[in-house]
Design a protein around this ligand. Structure first.
Ligand code: NAD
Ligand code: UGA
Length: 320
């Protein structure tokens, strides 16, 4: 049994790879080291895993001709579980000329991977990373898979919803059991440098202004990355199919989160407010009843502890 992880050098992907290797699973990772943020950070994420003989890294672009190289990494007759995490993330940047990157990495790449999965005959399970951004500005929270109509308010959300639909469509055609997880704002060690907590903690530690978009009273259901990895890990071995919310149960306003960052750093935040950005949902909160029922999963890391761990990591990563 082999596990394929796309986006293996990214924030969430690299931690999933470590979790699988810790369980002595053979893993093939794919990443093309996009420069959306410093590829050196991604090399760093994957460095320890590269020393493990059970790990193979394929540097390939899923929107290009990756299929022959990938097939070469899979021994004949091997069964493969796919975790598809490769994507162009970032909600606010997805407008204008950048949209092409989102279509390429979230739609075209997903469709090509699904074609390969259907044709190769070796894939027995497909787990896809989707996003709370598919819900958009739904007026009612908590957001539930059956009760909340997806209506993205960012081009990024549109591409993630398209990817979800492709996963469902190909699953129906190929018979490969598939699941899409809608992650809610993930944070923790290795968090992408464009995301709020990474920027806020760094700014507070450096004594620089924290740029709060909008009035800071918007809410997010922040999810610690080990809870995401645990949900993904369990889904690899379970029969769950369809769409599942994966949210941390840590819904707070941004200003409350800044308060936790002040506690964790022992420093005062200097707040600077900027206008709301197009594409941002005002509030998110996951109803995770389905996931708890079907996978026995529950979020385990409260916000205070998660921010403390991310702060520790940022201190070490930046030498602060
Ligand atoms: P990330 O940018 O750290 O990781 C994604 C990785 O995919 C990167 O290393 C990138 O180089 C790689 N990649 C992109 N396009 C590729 C392609 N065409 N071929 C091969 N590799 C490619 O992002 P992340 O925050 O770890 O997100 C992982 C997944 O989770 C994404 O699908 C994202 O949409 C989803 N997600 C993330 C969050 C969050 O809060 N971080 C929330 C919801 C959903
Ligand atoms: C995050 C990820 O970046 C997306 O890839 C993912 O799909 C999405 O979660 C999701 O849950 O689906 P976002 O919620 O915007 O998107 O996460 P952050 O970038 O951490 O932003 C959280 C909040 O902080 C937002 O309200 C944003 O407007 C605000 N923010 C962000 C600031 O006030 N200042 C900043 O410098 C950055």
């Amino acid at each position: 049994m082999l596990t394929l992880v796309t986006g293996a050098a990214g924030f969430i992907g690299s931690l999933l790879v470590e979790r699988l290797l810790a369980d002595r699973r053979a893993v093939v990772g794919i990443d093309c080291f996009r420069d959306y943020y410093d590829p050196a950070a991604k090399r760093n994420n994957i460095a320890a895993s590269l020393r493990d003989p059970l790990f193979t890294l394929l540097e390939a672009d899923l929107s290009g001709d990756f299929e022959p190289a990938l097939q070469g990494c899979i021994p004949h007759g091997e069964r493969v579980t796919v975790y598809h995490l490769a994507a162009q993330p970032g909600v606010r940047r997805s407008w204008g000329a950048n949209f092409g990157d989102y279509v390429r990495d979230n739609v075209t790449a997903t469709q090509k991977l699904l074609e390969w999965a259907s044709e190769s005959g070796c894939v027995t399970r497909f787990v896809n990373a989707s996003s709370s951004s598919v819900y958009g500005a739904s007026p009612q929270t908590p957001l539930s898979e059956a009760g909340s109509l997806p209506a993205p308010v960012s081009p990024y959300g549109v591409t993630k919803l398209a990817a979800e639909h492709l996963v469902g469509l190909y699953s129906g055609r190929s018979g490969i059991p598939s699941v899409s997880f809608r992650f809610f704002t993930v944070y923790g060690p290795r968090q992408r440098p464009d995301m709020a907590f990474h920027r806020f903690i760094l700014a507070v530690l450096r004594g620089e202004p924290v740029q709060v978009l909008d009035d800071g009273r918007q809410t997010r259901d922040f999810t610690f990355v080990s809870d995401v990895v645990e949900g993904l890990y369990r889904a690899g071995d379970s029969p769950v199919c369809g769409v599942y919310n994966l949210g941390g149960g840590n819904r707070v306003t941004l200003l409350e989160a800044v308060g936790e960052i002040e506690n964790a750093t022992g420093a005062k935040a200097i707040l600077s407010f900027a206008p709301a950005q197009p594409g941002d949902a005002r509030d998110t909160l996951a109803d995770t009843t389905r996931l708890e029922r079907d996978l026995g999963w529950k979020p385990g890391v409260p916000l205070q502890e998660g921010i403390r761990r991310e702060t520790e990591w940022i201190r070490a990563a930046y030498g602060l």
